[in-house]
Design a protein around this ligand. Sequence first.
Ligand code: HEC
Ligand code: HEC
Length: 361
Amino acid sequence: MKSAWLSIVLVAGCVDYMTPDPRDTLASLPSDVPTPADNPTTPEKVALGRALFWDPILSGDRDVACATCHHPDFAYGDGLAVSVGVGGRGIGPVRATNLDAPRTPRNAQTVLVTAFNGLTLDGAVPAEEAPMFWNHRVASLEQQVFGPIKSDAEMRGTSIPEEQIVDVIVARLAGIPEYAVLFEAAFGAEGVTPSTLAKAIAAFERTLVPTDTSFDRYMKGDDDAMSTSAIRGMHGFIFQGCARCHNGPMLSDFKLYELPIPATHGGPEVLGEATGKFRTASLRMISRTAPYGHNGVFENLSEVADFYHNIPVTTPLLEGDVEPPLGGGDDLLAFFEALSDGAFDRTIPDRVPSGLSPGGP
Ligand code: HEC
Ligand code: HEC
């Protein structure tokens, strides 16, 4: 009944389903990025972190960098359903052409805005506790760094055991004079250690925060910042119940839910598990980070909308009150675009201190 009523309202003139002030449920990003007391951001750390982020020297066989899977051309994701690290070549979907290369179990999230992970309507969590990954298994950007370095499929490969890889990388870095200089400039006498390696990368990631999206400007009071369609989409989004979970400045409550996400798409890729609890995905940069879902099963946003449209009304988590997207979805897509159009650092370095190819071969 509700849907029929809605269609009539839509035909009649759209504004009738306007929700109360969207600022009750959604918010702009603050300008101050949460930062741990023991790792204040400095230009020296950021310069070092950027070099490390792009340098395949951090991988066992010197063939994968963080930027391989978090590349500015793919809004700091990789454009793949699930990632290909070791055994892949190139950037983006082309990496999937080696069917023998191992796949990560999950879709690569964007690193843009990750510095604000954990920020909800209730406020920010300390940077030391910022939840990372689809299932929140690691806290803080600093601790996250060791995940991909130790993972055989992502960066380590098989030639160096997991217990040794971090020490091997630290020794490699210490042996490159240019890195010795950069670490000294950033951390003084502390030099190259696992901790300074992680701190530098985290400091760089804390600069990857597009805070000037149309949505942020609208939320701060610039009524012209968002198109009428995007504003309609935003109200529809709230009205439909999406903002019960996708709320606050990150469009996420940072809680874990088990939604009935399909396991496979039917494509050639091996897709990861579809059961388990996963974080309400942040919808920041959402128009730039296809495919979607923790296993990348949705190729585009229309497929995600169809998923919510067809979701069984008996799904307890959604309690039957999540409405299918309104107005053919164009307004919703306009709203998503307003969450995604912020400026971010697209610099691809010409070289990295190891002399290897930035971002990997
Ligand atoms: C082989 C591809 C690959 C490489 C290389 C890689 N990542 Fe990731 N990254 C992923 C995937 C996949 C996820 C999601 C994993 C999960 O949630 O289980 C992820 C998640 C993250 C997250 C968490 C984002 C969030 O919102 O929770 C951060 C931060 C991150 N990566 C940074 C890095 C850094 C720093 C490096 C280099 C040290 C790196 N990644 C190397 C694929 C990769
Ligand atoms: C019960 C909480 C909840 C509600 C309500 C909800 N979502 Fe989600 N949403 C999630 C979770 C959890 C995920 C991650 C699912 C996964 O992959 O396991 C997600 C994922 C998404 C994604 C994919 C994001 C990405 O980066 O892969 C989009 C887009 C999305 N939701 C849009 C919506 C829309 C539109 C609505 C309203 C029709 C909605 N959601 C309602 C919890 C919710």
